[in-house]
Design a protein around this ligand. Structure first.
Ligand code: PSV
Ligand code: MN
Ligand code: MN
Length: 388
């Protein structure tokens, strides 16, 4: 797409969903460094998300995590989101922090534990009904640590059974997004370790089940853009969980570790129609900000995704196709690299100005005084964190 107004229109319409847990305290296995002004409840997490949206103009949706964001009154939470100009995005289930789930949740050998896990997933669908959320996001920590610990295929049967029950409960406008992850916390087998496993389950379930690609959940060297192209072609790419990694599931800011990879992913998205709203690809962030200030880190992540998207939109598709068809390897690669090496920051600054926003959302947030305000206001009570 080389028509600048079409590029700008596409950038204005891309929605980037931010995670409630990205605003809370989080850490490594070794230490959580608490920060002043961190939200104490889901309402304050929404207020922080609203700051990101106010400065970027493209982040009106917030993923919630249950039970971390469990509230008495979801209607009040939804109304508050609306007052802030936000919508509730994906409801993330959590079947990985309960004592009972030591040996698995929906794949546990004990049917009573499986029942408890599936009931939690059904509760998440109730919350979708109450909040208007369209997406149920499923990530299972289920797996085994030792050869022989459990029946690998039997666990797939149990998984399929639970997924089918939850799928049946979905409304017409609701979908199920099944996330995969290579390893951790289980180290020998993981029950949904890769896109193929997720895809096979989603295919059997039906059109309302789609795959989530978390960019941090692959073996080093995995060609993620191939997975993206394949899933889009099959109509099975439901969403991204964007984040960066150097080693494992690092959950660093999207585009920080490998902006070229993010560009290659966004090229496949653009090329295969994934930016069009009818394909329904949800561009979510899934990150934890352990040592950096949280709201600015989310803003930086949003703008990094926008920069990768802008570069992908600038690829000269005609020149690329011509070079590919004529077998001109270097010309084809050159078309891609020209786009990647373009400085798109002025273009994005222009997009923001057309939206009535400051050209640099990061600087505008820092100058807004919000960080000082929340640090002063949010004293007392317990700060929310990853897992609280
Ligand atoms: C754990 O790896 C994880 O980061 C998954 O990616 C989920 O999407 C996220 O936590 C929230 O449950
Ligand atoms: Mn994730
Ligand atoms: Mn993860």
């Amino acid at each position: 797409m080389s028509d600048v107004s079409a590029v700008k229109a596409a950038l204005k319409s891309q929605v980037i969903e931010t995670p409630s847990w990205g605003y809370g305290n989080s850490g490594t296995r070794f230490k959580v460094f608490a920060q002043p002004g961190v939200p104490r409840n889901p309402f304050e997490k929404l207020a922080d998300a609203a700051q990101v949206h106010a400065h970027t103009g493209v982040a009106p949706k917030v993923s919630l995590h249950i039970p971390w964001d469990r509230v008495e009154d979801y209607t009040a939470l939804t109304r508050y989101a609306e007052e802030l100009g936000l919508r509730v995005g994906a409801i993330n289930s959590n079947v990985f922090q309960d004592e009972d789930f030591k040996l698995g949740s929906v794949t546990h050998p004990d049917p009573k534990v499986r029942r408890k896990a599936t009931d939690h997933l059904l509760e998440c669908v109730d919350i979708m009904d109450a909040t208007g959320s369209p997406d149920l996001k499923l990530w299972f920590s289920d797996g085994t640590n030792y050869p022989g610990q459990d029946d690998i295929a039997g666990r797939q049967d149990r998984l399929a059974e639970a997924l089918a029950e939850v799928y049946e409960r979905l409304g017409d406008d609701q979908r199920m997004l099944l996330e995969y992850k290579l390893f951790e916390p289980a180290f020998y087998t993981t029950d949904v370790p890769d896109w193929g496993t997720s895809y096979a389950h989603c295919l059997k379930l039906g059109p309302k089940a789609q795959v989530v690609v978390d960019t941090g959940h692959h073996a080093p060297g995995t060609n993620i853009e191939f997975i993206v192209a394949f899933l889009l072609r099959e109509g099975k790419l439901g969403a991204f969980d964007f984040n960066s990694r150097f080693y494992a599931d690092d959950d660093l800011m999207a585009g920080a570790a490998d902006p070229f990879q993010l560009f290659r992913i966004m090229h496949e998205v653009v090329k295969n129609g994934g930016l069009k709203s009818e394909t329904g690809v949800n561009f979510m962030l899934d990150q934890c900000h352990n040592i950096e200030a949280k709201i600015p880190a989310v803003i930086r992540s949003v703008t990094n995704v926008q920069e990768a998207t802008a570069k992908a939109l600038l690829i000269d598709a005609e020149a690329l196709a011509a070079a590919q068809l004529s077998g001109d390897v270097l010309a084809a690669n050159g078309v891609l690299m020209d786009a990647f090496n373009t400085d798109v920051r002025p273009l994005l600054a222009g997009v923001r100005e057309e939206l009535g926003l400051a050209p640099d959302p990061f600087a505008a947030y820092l100058a807004s005084g919000n960080q000082e305000r929340i640090a002063a206001d949010r004293v007392g009570g317990e700060q929310a964190g990853w897992g609280a």
